[in-house]
Design a protein around this ligand. Structure first.
Ligand code: 5AD
Ligand code: SF4
Length: 483
């Protein structure tokens, strides 16, 4: 795209993404002005809080900033800083407020600095009120539904004084073909759907990410093909609940069908996806995974609780028995699969017996890993209005006990692979052990092997020599296999 050829004195186009290209071109003029005054290009920093979805959104923000002429940096003491926020638990919010205080310090020294906030937390009206009242140094605030307009908002912010706040309640739009700046050259996330319609009673996501909408398969496939041409070996298909992908498309498609299509893309080596809701995981998906040579042997399948009574109150729409039966079915068909999960402790009304059932479930399923969270009360969710909220201090002991069992199980699961040879995708140089690089196995486990940066992005067979709790020390048994 040649942004210099845009006529930025003309009116902005109405249609997307042309409109955003126009605003990128217009931002470039401000960047040039900055260069002429300061003899350097302005710097920009994108800080991500939260999940893989946010990480992918941040790559889109970074892509636009790069095209606008900014020099991207990880240093928050820069000319433009944007926090892409998360609000799934209260501690995510608190971290944003804390870090904003630091930014204010930088801004006092660099008054031309622009501070922007976007993402899930901005969809909450109380947050906006608080920002207006106590954080008036923030220049630009937008939410999850209009992130595709970032170039336009950035341009407006550069051309005006005072805070710009633009929050939408919802959208049914998906804008394709905006610039992206990938964090890794060899792997990439791909959004396949946005939003969530499940309304688990504790969860804020359906309120801040809006209704579920799927991208067209042809757009997804085209994006992956381009990424593969660009050197990407592994893709992660992203959605809050990928198992309900495609239900609301004009020509409905199942997630399993989409996976079959993705599998066919030549040159693509690995496929991952996240997150699966147990209630929608189909036998068709299990079959596709079983037959696939590219889909990784890993399933993240959030359990949330091992008590059917609590699952019902959580509106999860499966019982503990159904979850266990599903896991058995998956393991029967795909014995080498790793299953990881999310668990919440301290949901309103949870008794010691309920927690016992969760712990029991962890032992029965033998999770390869589990993310454990203390329940966080999110304003506006049905669970927040439930009567029997449990004080956090009361939850701590049970939480620690669960965590010990989770770690024990994860260690046992990891140890089973000792001596095996598995394929690893080398992701980075190991910062703590000189002469080593770090790779990821199909089952999502980490392995450190002797090597240097030339191996990054390569897939190679490694021997798993020594289990160190949750990861391995190994060595390459041969060089990288070409496709
Ligand atoms: N409190 C604690 N954990 C939560 N999660 C979602 N909402 C909450 C909440 N209110 C957890 C769930 C979900 C993961 C992404 O975050 O376990 O799977
Ligand atoms: Fe939240 Fe449930 Fe949707 Fe996951 S499936 S984002 S936990 S509402």
């Amino acid at each position: 795209m040649d942004f210099n050829s845009f006529d930025i004195s003309a009116e902005a186009p109405i249609e997307e993404p042309a409109r955003q290209y126009y605003f990128i071109a217009r931002c470039r003029r401000h960047v040039t002005d900055f260069f002429e005054k300061n003899h350097r290009y302005p710097t920009a920093c994108v800080t991500t809080f939260g999940c893989q979805m946010n990480a992918r959104d941040s790559e889109k923000l970074a892509g636009i900033l790069r095209q606008a002429g900014y020099v991207l940096t990880e240093d928050e003491n820069s000319d433009f800083v944007i926090f892409n926020t998360c609000t799934v638990r209260d501690n995510a919010d608190q971290r944003v407020y804390g870090r904003l205080g630091e930014l204010n310090g930088y801004k006092r020294r660099n008054p031309k600095m622009k501070i922007a906030l976007c993402g899930c937390m901005m969809q909450e009206p109380d947050v906006i009120e608080k920002l207006k009242k106590s954080y008036s140094f923030v220049d630009l605030i937008f939410g999850t539904h209009n992130i595709y307009k970032f170039a336009e908002l950035l341009c407006t912010s550069l051309e005006t004084q005072g805070t710009i706040i633009d929050i939408w309640k919802d959208t049914d739009r998906i804008v394709e073909d905006l610039p992206v700046e990938r964090k890794y050259p060899f792997k990439s996330g791909i959004n396949i759907m946005f939003g969530c319609d499940n309304f688990c009673s504790y969860c804020i996501v359906p309120y801040v990410r809006g209704r579920e909408r799927s991208r067209e398969p042809k757009d997804i496939l085209r994006e992956i093909e381009r990424l593969v041409d660009d050197g990407v070996a592994e893709v992660m298909l992203l959605g809050q609940n990928v198992n309900s992908y495609g239900k609301n498309l004009e020509v409905p498609v199942t997630f399993a069908q989409l996976l079959r299509e993705v599998e066919r893309i030549e040159g693509l080596r690995r496929i991952r996806f996240m997150t699966s809701h147990p209630k929608d995981l189909s036998d068709e998906l299990i079959q596709v995974m079983k037959e696939s040579k590219k889909i990784c042997r890993h399933l993240h399948l959030p359990l949330q609780s091992g008590s059917t009574r609590i699952l019902q109150r959580m509106n999860r729409r499966y019982t503990a028995e159904q979850y266990l039966e599903l896991v058995r079915r998956i393991r029967r068909e795909i014995p080498d699969i790793a299953i990881t999960t999310d668990i919440i402790v301290g949901f309103p009304g949870e008794t010691p017996e309920d927690l016992e059932q969760t712990i029991d479930m962890v032992r029965k399923v033998k999770f390869d890993n589990a993310f454990t969270f203390i329940y966080s009360r999110r304003t506006g969710t049905p669970a927040a209005a439930m009567e029997d909220q449990i004080p956090e201090a009361q939850v701590k002991e049970g939480f620690d006990r669960l965590l010990r069992v989770v770690q024990e199980t994860a260690r046992e699961q990891a140890a089973k692979h000792r001596g095996k040879i598995m394929e690893a995708l080398i992701e980075e140089v190991n910062e703590s052990t000189p002469g080593y690089v770090t790779g990821r196995l199909s089952n999502n486990m980490i392995v450190h092997i002797p090597g240097n940066e030339r191996l990054i992005g390569k897939l190679l067979p490694v021997s798993l020599d020594e289990c160190r709790g949750f990861y391995y020390i190994g060595h390459a048994v041969s060089g990288p296999k070409e496709n």
